[in-house]
Design a protein around this ligand. Sequence first.
Ligand code: HEC
Length: 179
Amino acid sequence: MDSFELNKIAGAVLGALLLAMGTGFLAELIYKPKPAGDRGYPLPAAQETAGGAPAEAQKEEPLPVRLASADATKGQSAAKKCAACHSFDKGGPNKVGPNLYEVVGRAKGGHEGFNYSAALKAKGGEWTYDDLDHFIRAPKGYISGTIMAFAGVSSGAERADILAYLKTLSDKPVEFPKP
Ligand code: HEC
């Protein structure tokens, strides 16, 4: 009986040891390949950075962060490039493009008396800051088929400034999304 009890204890100790060793072995199996995998990454990444564009895309802050430091006065002067086609004042006329007073929160293609493209009207929904950011960055990229003949503003900071300016063009400004 006694030796049987001892055997049970010895078995338990041995089992625990085996478990510990097995766990260690498993842990090694799981964690060992990682550094080797990491080692494979830097080269292609470095080559991509040399290309320029992907690195720039990575550098752009998310919109709420850009808006938090946006400057409406700078945006107003940046928006001069829009003024050839758009008026910004309340009750202003539609020109080549629709009047942009209170455009934030307005239905897409929703300004009275402007003959929008079918593509813009089909987009649907209201102009959020996020949508405007995408549209101003690359109008045809956001709405293929839009008749807004404008290449877009590539600088994320400048687009945020323009959005900050558009925010001021309202009797009830729409709040920026929170970062
Ligand atoms: C060459 C003329 C031109 C320039 C420059 C231009 N736009 Fe436009 N914009 C248009 C036209 C035309 C439309 C109507 C597009 C459609 O119906 O597809 C439009 C539509 C828009 C709309 C959609 C409005 C709505 O009521 O749905 C916004 C927002 C807008 N433009 C913002 C801008 C901003 C901001 C700039 C400057 C960064 C700018 N545009 C520069 C011609 C222009």
